[in-house]
Design a protein around this ligand. Structure first.
Ligand SMILES: CC(C)(COP(=O)(O)OP(=O)(O)OC[C@H]1O[C@@H](n2cnc3c(N)ncnc32)[C@H](O)[C@@H]1OP(=O)(O)O)[C@@H](O)C(=O)NCCC(=O)NCCS
Length: 397
């Protein structure tokens, strides 16, 4: 069953939506202070509610943001979050109705893409979202993970509590490389919301470079389980390699710690290259990071640059947003719609996997997600879509 009443919620309904979302994630409803810190993320007009028998049954919202695409352009994007359906109203199309309205709204706003992080990998592909970046969890045995003598060195690290760090973190984040595909903005409402998720024990190490500028930070928390003292590093951003190494050097130098765990790290972080023994960097998981939906395929493709290769004609299939269905000629000199015989045929979620350069066309052909009608086009598509830098978002929302 689909076609529930879906409408933007009034501000007076935002907290009910927030608590419905929290319950869907199996969390208790928000305390007043938690709601206050999160309320700024609820943008009037972008918080949707779906109603069954006149009562709120599900919700989804988006916050207005930007995302970097290959070539460095920062595209306007809705960051989809707060998605939940009451446990007694699931599997009757409530989310589908919300997704349809949300994507239509994104189109009306002129946003060529939409993005999210997924609680489960099986939910969003049916709406055309695909994984555009991945991240890894790394574990280091603190006593054995020595840095190489030639690893970058310089500046100094100081530790701040959350109140001390709050005023300076946004400016440091701004200074960190924003030109990597998948990077997004963090506005004041994001920082306020983040505070409500952090435990009291979270501290912030800040690196100051030789020029006196703060150029990196690490949010971390000490935990103890099975007699192992660990530092959980939730967020580490740096404007340069020296700041990154110095933050890791600091974390690996904290007394009494057995293990340092880095969560959601970029796949290309060169930790192995900074360690005297590269095997001390143990990758314990590789997970999907950012998911993207090409809302307007033509505009989204035109926004990024492409590598040097012959143009390729692709046919995109998009059941959820049929205006995207059809042929596109993609080349380094531009992208146009076309009606030529397609060389590659793929659905819009598979196109998303190529979009920031996370996956290669040849890999998706091998996986059966791209039909290669002209095998010669596969290598060209690999070169066209290749990104110079590995995509990574690294910001939860
Ligand atoms: C995920 C969630 C929002 C789905 O809502 P819903 O209203 O049940 O979704 P729909 O009924 O519109 O589902 C559409 C399709 O997706 C499938 N689907 C949706 N969620 C699924 C899940 N978690 N696992 C497997 N299949 C799922 C449905 O079976 C249905 O398939 P069909 O079209 O073949 O019948 C809801 O289950 C929920 O609130 N989960 C807990 C909170 C959560 O994970 N939120 C997402 C945060 S990113």
């Amino acid at each position: 069953m689909t076609g529930h009443e879906v409408r933007p919620l009034a501000e007076s309904e935002f907290r009910e939506a927030h608590d419905l979302f929290r319950r869907a994630l199996l969390w208790r409803p928000s305390k007043d202070e938690e709601w206050e810190r999160n309320s700024g993320r609820y943008e009037p007009g972008r918080v949707l509610g779906a109603f069954v028998d006149g009562a709120l049954a599900g919700t989804a919202m988006a916050t207005t943001n930007v995302v970097t695409v290959p070539g460095g352009r920062r595209l306007p994007v809705g960051a989809v979050t707060g998605v939940g359906v009451r446990a007694d109203r699931t599997r009757r199309g409530v989310l589908t109705s919300l997704m349809r309205e949300q994507l239509e709204d994104a189109r009306r706003r002129g946003e060529a893409v939409a993005m999210l992080h997924a609680s489960e990998a099986v939910i969003y592909e049916r709406y055309g979202y695909g994984v555009v970046s991945r991240s890894r969890t790394v574990e280091l045995d603190r006593r054995r993970a020595a840095l190489r003598e030639d690893a970058p060195v310089g500046g100094r690290v100081r530790v701040l509590d959350q109140d001390e760090a709050a005023p300076i973190l946004p400016a440091i984040y701004q200074r960190c490389a924003q030109d990597r595909p998948g990077q997004i903005g963090r506005d004041d409402a994001w920082w306020a919301g983040q505070r409500s998720w952090l435990g009291d024990g979270v501290l912030i190490a800040v690196h100051t470079g030789g020029d006196g500028l703060d150029d990196g930070f690490a949010l971390y928390e000490a935990t103890k389980a099975d007699d192992v003292n660990a530092l959980q590093v939730y967020d580490l951003k740096s404007a340069n390699a020296t700041a990154a190494v110095q933050l890791w050097r600091f974390l690996l130098g904290v007394d009494l710690v057995d293990r340092v765990v880095g969560h959601g790290r970029p796949l290309d972080e060169p930790l192995e290259w900074w360690l005297a023994d590269r095997r001390q960097c143990r990758v314990t998981s590789v997970d999907d990071d950012l998911w993207l939906r090409l809302v307007d395929v033509l505009e989204a493709l035109r926004a990024r640059t492409f590598g040097p290769a012959d143009p390729v004609v692709i046919e995109v299939r998009d059941e959820f947003l049929p205006h995207n269905d059809g042929g596109y000629r993609v080349g380094p000199d531009g992208v146009d719609r076309c009606s030529d015989e397609p060389q590659l045929v793929l659905d819009v979620a598979a196109l998303a996997a190529l979009y920031l350069g996370d996956q290669k066309a040849s890999g998706l052909v091998a996986a059966g997600r791209i039909e290669a009608r002209d095998p010669a086009a596969v290598a060209a598509a690999d070169r066209l879509f290749a990104a110079v830098e590995t995509p990574w978002c690294g910001t939860n929302f």
